[in-house]
Design a protein around this ligand. Structure first.
Ligand SMILES: [Mg+2]
Length: 243
């Protein structure tokens, strides 16, 4: 089974758009897919513009939203603090239960994080620990702008340190401003600095909500190469997860 964990170098870098593109490619290959946003913050539970609803639509799933996104918190904060200020506690066991139910009878599971890998879900757990807990292989989405090299390397090294396999990096164009020197060279730099990890670009989409234009961009991108690497990462050796 394919288990993807989509994380970002920051918030607002395009994780949901890239996740929808990945789900569309896998469905086009005939895979039964499920998607999950374990915690979403900064909106009301019934907000139709949620990442979770966008993912569920891309997955074409009839799974209940209470499993697709078990925890919705209204303050735009990291889950741990948003929950604390709402007088709630996030139960990793409850997230496990939803993940297990969604994972039944599918060929691929995609989990979208929130912000970056070290964003706290509880006082003890981050997305890094969640990815390990669910044996997800990481796809790192980075916004193509000045600073992307440092943010991407920090994220990839943190994942590697935690023995979470990194399937690849997606350098995402987040606007259609003219290319500056950083944006024109980030792809080449990251490909040189991460020789063992595919680094691919994803184009700016003026209307990312439009499924047809997203599907065209996904098909023309190199995202399939990242999906094709899934399943190579985790091996369980005497109870220890190793790379
Ligand atoms: Mg998102």
């Amino acid at each position: 089974m394919i288990r993807l964990g989509v994380t970002g170098t920051d918030t607002g870098v395009g994780k949901t758009t890239v996740s929808r593109a990945l789900l569309g490619l896998m469905r086009a290959d005939g895979l039964r897919v499920a998607a999950m946003k374990p915690v979403e913050t900064g909106l009301a539970a019934d907000d139709p513009a949620s990442d979770a609803r966008a993912l569920a639509a891309a997955a074409g799933t009839a799974a209940p939203m209470r499993d697709v996104c078990p925890i919705v918190l209204d303050e735009p904060l990291a889950p741990w603090m948003a929950a604390r200020r709402a007088g709630r506690a996030i139960s990793m066991d409850a997230l496990d239960g939803a993940h297990r139910r969604l994972s039944t009878d599918v060929d691929a599971m995609l989990v979208e994080g929130a912000g970056g890998v070290l964003v706290p879900i509880t006082e003890r757990d981050t997305y890094l620990t969640l990815f390990r807990r669910w044996a997800l292989e990481a796809i790192v989405v980075a916004a193509n702008r000045l600073g992307a090299i440092n943010h991407t390397l920090l994220t990839v090294y943190a994942l590697r340190d935690a023995a979470v396999p990194v399937l690849g990096v997606v350098l995402n164009e987040i606007d259609d401003a003219p290319l500056d020197a950083a944006r024109a060279t980030n792809l080449e730099s990251l490909q040189a600095l991460l020789p063992d990890t595919p680094v691919v670009s994803f184009p700016w989409l003026p209307a990312p909500a439009d499924a047809a234009s997203l599907a065209r961009a996904a098909a023309a991108s190199r995202l399939r190469e990242l999906i094709a690497r899934a399943g190579l990462g985790y091996s369980v050796d005497e109870g220890r997860v190793t790379r």
